[in-house]
Design a protein around this ligand. Sequence first.
Ligand code: GLA
Length: 736
Amino acid sequence: MAVYFHGESRNFHLSNDRISYILTVLRNGHLGHLYFGKKLPDRESYNYLLEEALRPMTSNPYEGDRKFSLEHCLQEFPVYGSSDYREPAVEIREGNGSRITDPRFDSYRIYSGKPRLEGLPATYTECPGEAETLEITLRDSVTNVCFILSFTVFRDYDAVARSCKICNNGTEPVHIERIMSFTLDLDDNYYDWIQFSGAWARERFPEKHRLHTGIQSITSARGHSGHMHNPFLILKRPSADEHQGEVFGFSLIYSGNFIIQAEVDTYGTSRIQMGINPFQFSWFLKPGETFTAPEGIATYSSKGMNGLSGIFHQLYRERLIRGIWRDKERPVLINNWEATYFDFDEERLIDIAKKAHSAGIELFVLDDGWFGCRRDDTQGLGDWTPNKNILPDGIAGLSRRIEEECGMKFGLWFEPEMVNKKSVLYETHPDWILQAPYRKSCHGRHQYVLDFSRKDVVDYIYSSMAAVIKESRISYIKWDMNRSITECYSKAYPPEQQGEIFHRYILGVYDLYDRLTTEFPHILFESCASGGGRFDPGMMFYAPQGWTSDDTDAVERLKIQYGTSYCYPLNSMGAHVSIIPNHQLNRSTPLSTRFNTALFGVFGYEMDLTRLSDREFMEIKSQVEFVKEYRTLIHSGTFYRLLSPFENNEAAWMVVSHDKTEAITGYYKILNDVNAGFKRLKLAGLDESFQYTIEGKGIFSGAELMSAGLVINNPPEQDKTASDFRSEIFLLKSQK
Ligand code: GLA
């Protein structure tokens, strides 16, 4: 891995053993892009890739020269003005109203490692020699505003991380109206665009279309990354599939309003951009101040979408998730939400916990309803003091009992960013919510959004959460966020700074996460936003796992987990077995299928175990044993999607250990069909020469399993009860 600089051509070449990213300083001092993809040999100049041609109706920066135009250059940090008409990476508004910026090359430095982004989540390095960073400073000479772009290339991950700092070194304030974290100009448009979209309870379903001329984008304007679109995009060659072909991935490490867009011009080039959504955004930057944009990651794989996902999984698992929980086995948990909702008292919780412990479950999580006057969702949010009517000795007493009497660890639910009007907090501080002056504010699930752009609000919530944590034995926190922001206005900021509030809000959320994870490093955090409404890499930096969706139906979960897996590793996806009929869909699926689906995530239960039959309870006991035996493989191995539930009446996926001696495959048949033929399921990621034993099936070489496939009888002869929603797990073991 290295960053090369060639003085004469002014080419910068970042590469590791597999990828190259090459940029150059253009004639006018702006940054040009030359190449991103499969590794290229280093050479003095790749400037021949630049296009210079005389075209009618083109503007040109240099008098007398009709060939050089920014409209026809691939660029790294494009601006409006100076002859480019596409969407820019940055837009700065000066006091005189001008929005023209001219960011010219000023200096560069290359160093080992990677900088931290102040107050923002980002990938990191741990050991020397893992990554190199190229930092380029561009300067606008009129305003003296500088742009520090950093590009990091990793030794072990085929990804480029980019971020940008804007420093106002001038004497006048400016407004930043737009700042993209990553711009990548591709030299053609022959790609399928795959976005991950949905809604509550059906998050991150892949949607594909051919890249077309014009602008296409996904965004959030809700104050969180959202259920609707995930800050992640795949561009793949139309012939590429899960296992082969060229694929690019774009992921923004940010949890607030975002945009990812492609602008395809009529010359067939594609400008990919991602960053903070410019909608309602504006940042007032005074002289001497700096603004840091979130980090964007771009990856490249020539091994199809599974190859691409493998890069993201490894990078995020190893160099985004932090703290002791990064490398520790995640506990099997039981959460009381779908078991009791708000209808519980201490003894009912203790009963569930005792039963769970006897099934081998390790962590008991108390969900919503333990605090203030909260007995339903109309009241209590904001008052993080235990309700002594239901928990006589508070969380301190309950958590002690859970540990001592039930032998389990204890976890607790919070929704720190919200307040109900019926609460002591709102009565005391009605001005602490986001709300425009003299205007009404919408509620969502009867709740209002606290103004986390204010430090005093974040300080207050920190103290009230820390007080509960300090007096109790808390090993896990589920941090929920159950409504989107609208009417984004803070009474604490002057008019010229109101465009900052959405971003300042999310900085406040990150600040609170930072304080809590620093102060209580032993606590495992799980992020949640009505299920997967803020399931993004920004959250993952603080909370190693996220509640993937409120939908716990096994069949729907196949789709949700399948879609989520394109970017996010299995050890980040909370997945629970719940009761039937399912509470979201009223569908009944076999306990085995609920298990076989949740197994490929961070596993837990969401049901009242005291109400199960003995047979069901025994089944759960052996499920928990199985999880404990295989969770390390599932959470650290390489994941492959095999059959998509979006395209088939079946789904399949598998995980292979690093040394390829072990693997686990999940196969799911959604609806039963009559008189069906045998199926050959083609496995992936195995060693062709290894002999794998599959219990109940036989011994097969990796080559057979990957090329001829694993034969699946449909339905299995031995199972005369086989019906809809059937599934099987296959364990593969080899002696090498
Ligand atoms: C959200 C979460 C659920 C549960 C409820 C509690 O909907 O996604 O898991 O915690 O809130 O109110």
